[in-house]
Structures are given as structure tokens and as C-alpha cells.
Design a protein. Structure first.
Length: 544
């Protein structure tokens, strides 16, 4: 394994890399920073205490906010896993990099920022959740989870070789990252590692250290837990409700025999869900399984004793169990980020290392009665973003600019002294991180979601968001527009598309959105092309 870490090449000053990007002069790149990009899967802003959330304390993630910058308006351009990851790598919208949905395979031959960093003399690694179907390219070393990966005793693919490791996935990924950095730090070259967690992705199986965390906590319910979706047809059609779309066994950890005993089978679960639950248990060692069963014994009893499993009280019970498991997974992430931060400080690497913490998108924690993501509504559009780099970022700073996952690749290249390729559509955050937001910084952002008909039945849509307003167009088997004044209606409950008060604002937003679509190369023709491809590939609405 050690030999593989040294693969790649270091180009001298002014040499043009394989994608035509020049490196900086030798004297300018003498102190290139190390880069650690930490990404979780489905981490909602409300589940970080540094964002003012009341669900969980995240002291180690808060350290990054206290010692760096917290972004309050960080958004994803397509709120689903694979497209978000492809945008990270390429700095391009989904329709440009080819990964518009989770069904598409990432073309590893295209330009990515890790390839450009490696050409500029960086050691590069990708460790953790990959979820792009093709093998990673542009990395000296990679060790990734196949597909979604497993929480307990997960399989990994290391440089093409499949293996199984014993332990909890969040801990194991962190072990690998620290081990790789420990080998890389002795070299003369800087490093960049993508440190990608599976947690807290569904089905939220917490680790051994947090099986009883939050046992005595009652989580506050969101105001919109029982949303009626009035005047929002796409929201009403979606299948991501805690009430009716969350599985008792694989999601909420109720034993299959208890689901059957309750009389709720097969209406709530199915044999496939039972198999998923049992499959996760079967991966455990006897010691892990014993601890798990002991920790979840009270939940089994509570479920069996529930009098009415059809009303709002049962929804509230399900919400509490969901929050316990989701946040237990977050607690494990926070612990492991703390391990990494401690390692960097103990090895005098804090000052010259950029650390970015974010998620591939946001997530619904009961808002609108939902779990999952996909929609352009705030909870899944917005993602946490914390950046620490003591040399340039003021400790404890907070930024309100609109920034996108599109911007990460250009930012890393900027810090490495590498010219941004023309095809990258984002902008470097470096001046923003210095507290010097350029006067021509974006005043709005463009979003496009494609994966329908598919899981959760979230309609295809695109839209624009400014600092105050949001306009969304749902299309394909629906033609609906939604408009929200986020200042007056932060929960996005009142679709004001027909309100005369906003007529001029809506006209302005439609024009600005069309300008953005033209700027980024998106169009109705492209949308239709992707619909035809989706249907030709065998996806039909009847499947879902």
C-alpha cells in the first residue's frame, strides 16, 4: 500500500499539465497548503450546534466554526448524492459533467480538480464513500465503499481490491485518513485528501459508542411536521413522509417479528425491508449484535405497547426514533472529526492545512413531515459549510454570501496556485474566505433536479434563489410554478405565484433564471433529452 501512495508526478514550474492548466512559479508554491475536504452524506444544518440547532451538541465541528468561517448560505446545485459528488470533482453543473442523477456513471476520464492538483505536485487520496459507480481517477491512493456501503464491518475497495474491515464505518474511514496523512506528511509535497463519510445516510445505524446517546432526550418537533401541502402539488405527490414512507424495520429498527405481530405487515414493510434489516444485523460480530439488541430492547417494547398506530401520536413516536438514530450517527462523525483535528495539532499541521467540512446536500428532519432531500426547499438545498485555514481565514467569522458546491474545485485550485480551467463553472471562495467578497459576487443561484420518476417521487424541477426570494418550476408530468418570499415565509408554506403583490418580482426572477440557464448551458431541449434517456433506460412511473 505504501508504494501506491507515491504514484503520480510532480511537474516543475510553468509546465503545462495534462488539462492545459499552468502551475504557479516555484517561489509562489513553496508553502502550498495541505487540503482536507470532509464530506458527510445528508447532514442537515439544523444538526450542527454551531448553526444554532437545538437537536445536538457538535463540539468538534463547532471548533471548525470557532477557528474558521461558517457559511450561512451554502447551497447544492442538485440535491442528490452522485450529482453532488460529480459537481465537487469537476466544478460543473450536472448537465455538463454528465451525472444528472444517481443512475448515471461518472466518466472518470474527464477533468477533475484532484488530477490538476496531482499534476501540480500534490499527493492525492480519496477515502470513504464514493458513490459514482466508476473507479476513482486522479488519486495516488483510494479506498472506497462499494455503492452505499455498510455501517458495520463494511466492505471496501482499495485500489481495485475488495476486502472487509471489522469495525464501525465512521471510525474505519477516519483511521484510514489519519494513516494516509501520517505517511504523506513526511514527504516534501503537499497533500489533498477527500475524507467522505457514509453517515448519516439512511438507514441511520449508529455505532457502538453511541447506541444509548439521546435515550432520555425528547427532540423538539418542527413546526411543519404535519404539513398539508396546500397549493403545492409536487410536495403533496412526494413519497418521503415519516408517516407513510418510513420503514419500521430497516429504518426504525423494529424487529420484523414485531412488525408482523403488530398487524402492520405487509402494509408498512415488505420482505425486502426485512432482509435489509437482517442483512445489517448479520454483518455484526456476536459482541456487536449483543450490544445492539440490548440498546434497542426498549424500542421494541414501546412499539408493541403502542395503542394506536394510525394517528399523529404514532407519527410523533416515529419522529423521535428517527431523530435518535440520525443524530447518533452525527455524534459519531463529530467524535471522529475531533480525532482528526487533534492529530493535526499534535503534528504541528494546523497552520498550513485547509479543512473544509460540508455535506453532499441537506436533509429533512421532519420538516414538511419528511425525511430525505431532492427538493429545492431550504432544508435540502442548504448544506453546512465550515472552513478553517488560520493563515487566511479569520477565526469565528460568519459569511452570508451565496456560495455553491460548484465553487469547491476552483477554490482548491486557487490555493494550490493552479489556474482554473475555462470549463469550470464555479468561482474561487478564496477572496470570500479572506473577508473580501468581490463586488461582482453572485446575487442568485440556479438549481436543477432530474431524478423522476424514481424513489421518493420528487418531481423534476429547476429554479432560482436570491437572498430573499425563490422561484421553482416543476415539469415533466406536471407544469407548476411556486414562488416564496423567504423573509415573510421561511418555512415555504405559502405559494405566492398568483399573488399580484409579487407580479413584478416574479417576472424579474424568470428573466434572471433564463439568463442563468443560458450562462451555464442549460435549456428546455436538454431537459427533454434527459427525459427521453430516462424512459429509454427502462425507468417508468409504474415502477414506483
Amino acid at each position: 500500500m505504501n508504494n501506491r501512495l507515491l504514484q503520480g508526478c510532480c511537474l516543475s514550474a510553468f509546465v503545462v499539465g495534462s488539462f492545459g492548466c499552468k502551475t504557479a512559479p516555484e517561489e509562489e508554491k513553496a508553502e502550498k497548503p495541505n487540503i482536507i475536504y470532509i464530506m458527510t452524506d445528508d447532514h442537515a444544518n439544523r444538526a450542527l450546534s454551531c448553526y444554532g440547532g437545538d437537536l445536538i451538541e457538535t463540539p468538534n465541528l463547532d471548533r471548525l466554526a470557532e477557528e474558521g468561517m461558517r457559511f450561512n448560505h451554502s447551497f447544492v446545485t442538485n440535491s442528490i448524492s452522485a450529482p453532488s459528488r460529480a459537481t465537487l470533482l469537476t466544478g460543473q453543473y450536472s448537465h455538463k459533467n454528465g451525472v444528472i442523477d444517481n443512475a448515471k456513471e461518472f466518466d472518470g476520464s474527464q477533468m477533475t480538480f484532484p488530477k490538476l492538483l496531482r499534476d501540480a505536485g500534490y499527493q492525492t487520496a480519496m477515502i470513504g464513500k464514493w458513490h459514482l459507480k466508476s473507479e476513482p481517477t486522479g488519486f495516488d491512493y483510494w479506498k472506497v465503499l462499494p455503492g452505499q456501503g455498510s455501517y458495520y464491518n463494511p466492505d471496501f475497495i482499495e485500489m481495485g481490491e475488495r476486502m472487509r474491515d471489522t469495525g464501525y464505518v465512521t471510525d474505519l474511514i477516519t483511521d484510514e485518513v489519519i494513516n494516509w496523512i501520517d505517511q504523506a506528511k513526511g514527504k516534501e509535497k503537499p497533500f489533498c485528501v477527500l475524507y467522505h463519510h457514509k453517515a448519516p445516510h439512511r438507514a441511520w445505524w449508529p455505532g457502538p459508542d453511541h447506541l444509548n446517546t439521546f435515550d432520555d432526550k425528547q427532540f423538539p418537533e418542527p413546526e411543519t411536521l404535519f404539513d398539508d401541502y396546500e397549493d403545492r402539488k409536487a410536495a403533496e405527490a412526494a413519497l418521503m413522509e415519516i408517516d407513510s414512507n418510513m420503514y419500521l424495520s430497516s429504518d426504525l429498527k423494529v424487529k420484523p417479528e414485531h412488525v408482523k405481530q403488530s398487524g402492520m405487515y405487509p402494509d408498512t414493510d415488505n420482505p425486502e425491508r426485512f432482509q435489509a434489516y437482517q442483512g445489517s444485523l448479520d454483518r455484526m460480530t456476536e459482541q456487536q449484535k449483543e450490544a445492539w439488541n440490548e440498546a434497542y430492547a426498549d424500542r421494541q417494547q414501546e412499539f408493541l405497547e403502542f395503542d394506536d398506530r394510525t394517528g399523529n401520536d404514532f407519527v410523533r413516536w416515529k419522529y423521535q426514533q428517527y431523530m435518535e438514530d440520525y443524530l447518533r450517527c452525527i455524534a459519531g462523525v463529530d467524535d471522529n472529526v475531533g480525532r482528526l483535528l487533534d492529530y493535526l495539532e499534535e503534528n504541528d499541521m494546523k497552520e498550513n492545512t485547509i479543512i473544509v467540512y460540508t455535506s453532499d446536500q441537506g436533509f429533512y428532519l421532519g420538516e414538511h413531515g419528511w425525511f430525505d432531500k431532492r427538493f429545492m426547499y431550504e432544508e435540502s438545498l442548504r448544506m453546512p459549510l465550515l472552513v478553517r485555514y488560520p493563515k487566511e481565514v479569520e477565526a469565528g467569522s460568519v459569511n452570508e454570501d451565496i456560495v455553491l458546491n460548484l465553487d469547491f474545485a476552483p477554490t482548491f485550485l486557487d490555493y494550490a496556485g493552479v489556474e482554473k480551467p475555462e470549463q469550470m463553472q464555479g468561482r474561487s471562495l478564496r477572496p470570500v474566505l479572506k473577508g473580501e467578497t468581490p463586488p461582482n459576487w453572485r446575487e442568485s443561484m440556479y438549481y436543477h433536479y432530474y431524478e423522476y420518476p424514481a424513489w421518493h417521487a420528487t418531481k423534476r424541477h429547476y429554479g432560482i434563489r436570491t437572498d430573499r426570494y425563490k422561484l421553482i418550476h416543476f415539469y415533466y408530468d406536471i407544469d407548476e410554478w411556486e414562488f416564496y418570499d423567504l423573509e415573510e415565509d421561511p418555512n415555504e408554506l405559502n405559494n405566492e405565484i398568483d399573488n399580484p403583490k409579487y407580479e413584478e418580482t416574479i417576472k424579474m426572477l424568470k428573466k434572471r433564471m433564463e439568463d442563468l440557464r443560458e450562462k451555464f448551458g442549460d435549456s428546455e431541449e436538454l431537459s427533454q433529452k434527459y427525459i427521453e434517456q430516462w424512459i429509454e433506460s427502462g425507468h417508468t412511473e409504474s415502477q414506483f
